[in-house]
Structures are given as structure tokens and as C-alpha cells.
Design a protein around this ligand. Sequence first.
Ligand code: NAD
Ligand code: UFG
Length: 412
Amino acid sequence: MEISNLVSTTNNTPIANTPAASSLTVSEATKNGTLGAKYILVTGGCGFIGSHTTIELINSGYTPIILDNLSNSKPEVVERIKKITKKDVMFVKGDASNKKILTAIFEKFPITGVIHFAGYKAVGESCETPLKYYSNNLSTTTAILETMQKFGVQNLVFSSSATVYYAEAISPNGQVTGECIEGITPTVRPTNPYGTTKLIQEWILEDAARGIDFYPGITSEKARPLRAIALRYFNPIGAHKSGFIGEDPNGIPNNLVPYITQVAIGRLQQLTVNGADYPTVDGTAIRDYIHVLDLAIAHVKTLQYLENVDTGAMDSSPISPNAIRNNGTLFDYFNIGTGTGSTVMQVISAFMAATNGDIPYVVGPRRAGDSAVTYANTTKAQQYLNFKATYGLAEMAVDSWNWQKLNPLGIE
Ligand code: NAD
Ligand code: UFG
């Protein structure tokens, strides 16, 4: 398949870079100043986290190639990334489960790593249409792995989620603390199909690292040992400082922060606080909110870790004891949060300060499947990925609000 067939156009205008990605060759990309750059395939790069990470990749000297089927995003996001970075951005409209499309991209560009964001993520919808979730989320991951194996691409960063933890996050001494610690806090079948797909995808990566599929010469001459890391995001919020990109959910938001900003802008009447009888300081549930800009940096640090870690050294200190290893392969998983929890009421207060206005709310019953307290233990990410979040809740609220103010109806 020719890659020129794959580039989306709006009104016959290429929405990819100039020169159009359809005609962009690797040598032309080199002429554009990306000589020696590392090409990173970013599946789901038009989405909330993917778009911010694409910017961070560009700022860090990588050349991202976005593959997105636009099922939950708009092509205008590519234009906005270009506006922010003042760089060409390569974009392929297509499905990340389509091996023909993946093969065309890997044939055209010397991909050195993949960041796999593409997937469905609405918890409630996944309970109604679980097959849709299993099909999309699992098929993209297996197709990407098979293509990486075929082309000898080693490095994969995968979007996992804090939902893989047992809802009440029981600590080693048996107390319910809400602190999630990699390798200690149990992961069990999550309370919704979306979360289950995340855990299964981690298992797929783990098994791929244990098996022989990625051994050179066994299934492909080019195969090289897989190095995969699952990042278990806690609650990403905030937006790019420019206000050009941010979280742009379809329909009525399920998540707290987009709901609050839509109340603040007048699109929704009032927020319902899901339960005020939890054993917390004000009775509302605690989550670990992390700025999407910090999250974007975490992805670049993870790529850099994968590029530099010596997976061959048997007692290599930069590799955590949780890692699955098999003759040069690596699979590991990390929490990406701030380590600090905030209650729903604290989040509302932060937005009242950011908007300098009121956020009308009523208290309703608890939401099914919610835990009282969930926050990240961040030691492992600090120790191995050298990642530590920097933004606090107040700044996250200011940036989310700035995005909403500048885009009252989202990206149109
Ligand atoms: P998002 O919906 O904004 O972005 C996902 C992108 O993937 C969208 O642009 C969508 O069009 C695209 N996509 C979906 N299926 C695809 C397919 N088969 N082929 C190509 N593109 C496809 O979501 P997000 O918040 O940016 O989340 C990114 C990833 O992080 C997801 O895998 C999500 O499950 C995970 N995650 C998100 C959160 C969160 O709260 N936002 C928390 C934990 C994990
Ligand atoms: N909440 C309200 N009112 C609302 C929306 C949410 O009170 O209108 C409450 C929730 O009940 C919860 C807290 O705000 O106590 C945070 O809820 P979110 O829906 O914003 O976030 P969750 O922690 O439930 O889940 C989110 C994503 C998941 C992701 C997870 C990672 O929805 O996809 O974070 O921790 F996996």
C-alpha cells in the first residue's frame, strides 16, 4: 500500500505537513532539518494526551508520525500542533489495527520507536459495548507488536491506566490507603471492560517479552528484542499553555475536570459531586491529578530510558526488579502521577480560583465502581525514568480553564 493513499485531506487540502506527507520522502524530511532525527510512530496522536506528547517529542528533537483514525479527535489538531511548534507534522489518517497501513509507514520511515495511545477510553461506554472496546484496544496492540517485530523496531511506550489497580488499593500491611505501588498493590480484573482491556494489553506486552517472537531469525530476520514500557497514568488534566489544544470530549463529559470547565463556561448547568460520604477530609473521593504537560514529558523520558538502558546486562541497576526480561527483551510498568491526592471539593475550589467565579454543584450518590482514594506512589518512575511531575493543582486548573475559555465549544 502506498502511503500517499493514507494521508487524510480536508477540502482537498493536505492536513499533513508541507510538503504534503503524501509526497514527503525521508530525504525531504532530512532537508527539512530532521537529519538524524528519530522517527517515532504516535498512534492516537490527535487525541488529548497524544497531541501534547507529539509537541514534546518535537521539542526534544524527535520526528513524530501521527497515525489516528479520528474516531475521537479532529484533524484540526494537527494544524494546531504545527502552529504551536512551527514545525511540519506528519499525519496519517488510518486505523492502528490495520497492518497494511502500519507496514506502509514502517516501510517509508525508519521508525525507531512507537508510542501507542490509540484506543477507546470511556469507562461507562465500555460497560454498554464491551466488544467494541476489546476489539479496538486489543487489535491495535497486537497489530503494532507484529509490525514492530517484522521491522526490528524495539521500543514501545504503551498508555496504561491506574484503573488496572484493585479499586481499594490495599497496602502491604492490609490497610486500605489508596496508594498504588507497582508490583505491590494488587492488580485484579478491573471494574469495567475498558480497564480490563488495559490490563490484558499489559499482559500481551509481558508475554511478548517472555516469548521468542522478538528473537532475530525466528519469525523475522530483522526481529530485535522487544523493549516495552506500560505507563499507568493517573488522572491527566490541564492543557497546553497556548490554549490551542486541550481535552475535547465528545458529548457530555464523564470526567470531572471537563465537566467543571463546561459548567464554568455555561454549557452545562451544574456539577453533580458523586458522593460526599467517603472517609476523606471532606467526604469526597480523592484522585491524583497530573498535568498533561508533565505526562508528555514522562513519555519522552521513557523513550530515552528505553534507548539507553542495557537490557543485555544481567544485573543492570537501571532495570527495576519488576521487569520481565528474556535475553535482551524488557517489559516494565510505571505509575505516572504526582503522588498527591485531591478531593473533588478541592478540585472545585481550584477551579473557582482559576475562573474567579462560582461552580454550581449538587451532591449526588456515589458512582458505581469508584474507589474512595487512589493516588500514585511515584518512587519507581523517579528512580528509573528520572521523572517527577512539577505542576500543582492550581496551575492545572488555570490551564484547563484557559483552553476552555479560548475554545468554548472545543475544536470546531
Ligand atoms: P483520546 O480519545 O483523546 O485519544 C485517543 C486517540 O486515539 C483519538 O484521537 C482517537 O481518534 C484515536 N484512536 C482510537 N482508536 C484508534 C484506532 N483504532 N486507530 C487509530 N486511532 C485511534 O484519549 P486520551 O485521553 O488522549 O488517551 C490516550 C490513551 O491513554 C488511551 O489509550 C487511554 O485509554 C489512555 N488513558 C487515558 C486516561 C485519561 O484519563 N485521559 C487515563 C489513563 C489512560
Ligand atoms: N466525579 C464527580 N462528578 C462528575 C465526574 C466525576 O464527582 O461529574 C468524581 C468521580 O466520581 C471521581 C472523581 O470525580 O471520584 C474523578 O473522576 P473522573 O471520572 O474524572 O476520573 P476517574 O478517576 O474515575 O477515571 C479517570 C479516567 C480513566 C482512567 C483513570 C486513571 O476516566 O479512564 O482516570 O486513574 F483510567
